[in-house]
Design a protein around this ligand. Sequence first.
Ligand SMILES: [Zn+2]
Length: 88
Amino acid sequence: MMLTAMSEDCEIWTKGTTGYGYPTMKRDGRSVYVKPALWKKASGPIPEGMTVRSRTAQILHVCEDMLTTIKRDRERDGQENKAQGAGR
Ligand SMILES: [Zn+2]
């Protein structure tokens, strides 16, 4: 199986990140995660119990068509879930 190759059109996040390397941006004076924000803009609310992930291994690859939702894994994704949960 081939991973989707990055094209010239690919968006690689070059702005802020968390200490864990997750892309973040400023919104209303707060830092928010970029991938959930893009997902919500394109597809609406994130389903309950799900979290937004990229289909690629490149953590800074933030193309909308690379985003997908997966079931939350609290242990592994605690850091990212904390920020998502803050908006509810
Ligand atoms: Zn891309």
